[in-house]
Design a binder for this molecule. Structure first.
Ligand code: ADP
Ligand code: ASP
Ligand code: MG
Length: 440
């Protein structure tokens, strides 16, 4: 059974939702994973921020606007008055829940419950739409099987057991709809898989049922060799390996949630990226096949903080790096890039939640300098194939850009450079011109 995930853009309006019907009815039996309609989760985040600032009137206004948007969608989505009324009633119930949270100070648990509403409402409307069209479908709540453990990691055993048990109830449904992004935590409360997490939901589901293929449908033909938001002349990559895709997703290629590759890689399930506006295009296929052909793609990750630790004591001292890494381990903060010299260690992080504490700890070892607002530009490919000259080619392409750090040799398929974010777009375009133009 295939798993098809449709993101917010594919569900952006009633006409877009209706246009998905032929895509999902052409398959035998499928699981459809849905995000919230585009913009919904952003609006829910704004509502939470307003409530946390005690700006209740503004929060309520935003809630009403969002409710109106959904009601308007329902009016267009359904043909008959009976379904319009049912849809509107379902929407009102969910918005009553959201309004219920405006009475008191929000807890973290309540914030998560608000964030879950987008996927809950969208999936219920989508299910009603299929029902009205006479399509044999069932709604399977992700909250009945998707769970994270105390560390915030997916509880794969629980997911597999519960999903496969729930699926028995849907044996006769051709389309089984569920929500992406939302889950329960180890204590049973509503939680989520972090922003953009519907892709991750789809791959966890695919792995749990040993799916034949996971399809991520969005608004672009597939994985591009550069970020289409900043570079106009991008090219589609027809094939990618799991490692290449994971690296690009981790370093900013928004088309895929960074965690979504691991479950598919472990179970060797192909991931196909497809465009709902151009369904005949085969898109990009991600498998464990490595295609050897030099520099493949470029991606950029923003909001990177660079930390430099300068210590004369580092000279010839063993155990120094361990002590530094321990600080990051204690504060559960992943390090992306690292460069060392005799007296300094430079590294980058993107999670600054514990930066103050980390800085204090690191100051025990030397002078600590922090630089905000950097971007990691990551160049992915198979660099063994190129043997020599590849680093020169990359650095030559961006010779005008001041580089703060360079990472080469960590893996055979990634070269990364750190630049101030102001230079990101220029760097992406220069790399595009110099690295890909000849092969176009
Ligand atoms: P969805 O709402 O379907 O989850 P997203 O906005 O999360 O869609 O992801 C799709 C977007 O990712 C595309 O519209 C594109 O602008 C952006 N993107 C960034 N990097 C890439 C890339 N390398 N290839 C394709 N799309 C990319
Ligand atoms: N709706 C969620 C978000 O906007 C999850 C997703 O779209 O994947 O982050
Ligand atoms: Mg997305």
């Amino acid at each position: 059974m295939k798993v098809l995930k449709f993101g917010g853009t594919s569900l952006g309006s009633s006409s877009r939702m209706k246009a998905l019907i032929p895509l999902i009815t052409s398959e035998k039996q499928i699981i459809v994973v849905l995000s919230a309609m585009s913009g919904t989760t952003d609006t829910l985040v704004e509502i939470i921020n307003l409530l946390n600032q005690n700006r209740k009137m503004e929060a309520k206004k935003k809630i009403c606007e969002l409710e109106d948007h959904y009601k308007h969608t329902a009016e267009e989505l359904f043909d008959s008055q009976v379904y319009i009324d049912t849809g509107i009633k379902l929407i009102e119930d969910h918005f009553q829940d959201i309004l219920g949270f405006t009475q008191e100070v929000l807890t973290k648990l309540q914030e998560k419950a608000i964030l879950a509403q987008g996927e809950l409402i969208t999936s219920v409307l989508f299910h009603q739409m299929l029902k009205e069209q006479g399509i044999n479908s069932g709604l399977l709540s992700a909250l009945s099987f998707m769970r994270i453990d105390k560390e915030g990691e997916p509880d794969n055993f629980y997911i597999k057991e519960n999903l496969n048990r729930e699926l028995i109830k849907h044996k006769k449904n051709q389309v089984i709809i569920t929500q992406g992004y939302i889950c329960r935590n180890a204590y049973g409360a509503v939680d989520n898989l972090k922003r953009g997490g519907s892709d991750y939901s789809a791959s966890l589901i695919g792995a749990a049922i040993h799916s034949e293929e996971i399809q991520i449908w969005t608004d672009i033909n597939g994985f591009q060799n550069n970020d289409p938001r900043y570079v106009t002349e991008t090219r589609i990559l027809r094939e990618l390996s799991f490692n290449e895709a994971a690296e690009l997703a981790y370093f900013g290629a928004k088309i895929l949630h960074p965690n979504s590759i691991q479950p598919c890689k472990e179970s060797n399930i192909p991931v196909r990226l497809k465009n709902f506006m151009n369904p005949d295009d085969p898109g990009t296929i991600i498998t464990n096949q490595i295609t050897l052909n030099g520099i493949k793609a470029v991606a950029a990750k923003d909001r990177i903080t660079a930390i430099k630790i300068i210590s004369a004591r580092m000279l010839l001292a063993y155990g120094f790096l361990r002590k530094i890494f321990e600080v990051f381990e204690i504060y559960r903060t992943p390090i992306d890039m690292i460069a060392t010299s005799e007296v300094t260690v430079s590294l980058t992080i993107d999670n600054t939640e514990h930066l103050e504490e980390i800085k204090k700890e690191l100051e025990k070892f030397g002078i600590v300098e922090i630089v905000y607002d950097n971007s990691i530009i990551c160049i992915v490919g198979d660099f063994i194939a190129e043997k020599n000259g590849v680093a020169v080619k990359i650095l030559e392409a961006i010779r005008e850009i001041p580089l703060r750090m360079i990472s080469y040799g960590g893996s055979s398929h990634n070269i990364s450079v750190l630049v101030k974010s102001d230079y990101k777009i220029k760097a992406l375009n220069l790399l595009n011109k110099e690295l890909f133009e000849i092969t176009k």
